[in-house]
Design a protein around this ligand. Structure first.
Ligand SMILES: [Zn+2]
Length: 100
C-alpha cells in the first residue's frame, strides 16, 4: 500500500487518495540514487528535459535533499522508455520524518 500526503488535511494516509477529501495524495518515500537515477522507494524520479534523471538529481540536490532522506513530491506520473516514472514538480521534507 503506497503512502501519501494530503495537503488539504495536512495528514499522511495509506493509499492513493485521501479518504476524507478524495484528492490524489502526494507521494511519500525514501530517496535513493542508483546508477545516476534518483528513486522514490522503487519509482524513478525525472524532470522534463534532455537529461531527465540527471536534472532530477540536480533539482533534488538544489532543494537540499540527499540519498536516504524521507521526502514527499508532487508531480505527474508518466513513462520514460516504457518505465513508469514521476515527473517531479516540487519536493519537500516528509511529514513522516519526525515519526520514524
Ligand atoms: Zn485530505
Amino acid at each position: 500500500m503506497p503512502i501519501g500526503y494530503c495537503s488539504k488535511c495536512s495528514r499522511i494516509w495509506s493509499g492513493n487518495r485521501c479518504p476524507v477529501h478524495g484528492d490524489p495524495l502526494e507521494t511519500v518515500g525514501r530517496l535513493t540514487i542508483s546508477g545516476g537515477t534518483p528513486f522514490l522507494d522503487d519509482v524513478p524520479l525525472a524532470r522534463r528535459g534532455p537529461d531527465p534523471f540527471g536534472e532530477a538529481i540536480a533539482f533534488l540536490n538544489l532543494a537540499g535533499f540527499r540519498e536516504g532522506d524521507l521526502i514527499q513530491v508532487t508531480g505527474m506520473e508518466g513513462t520514460l522508455n516504457g518505465v513508469r516514472v514521476i515527473f517531479i514538480e516540487s519536493v519537500r521534507a516528509s511529514m513522516l520524518e519526525g515519526a520514524s
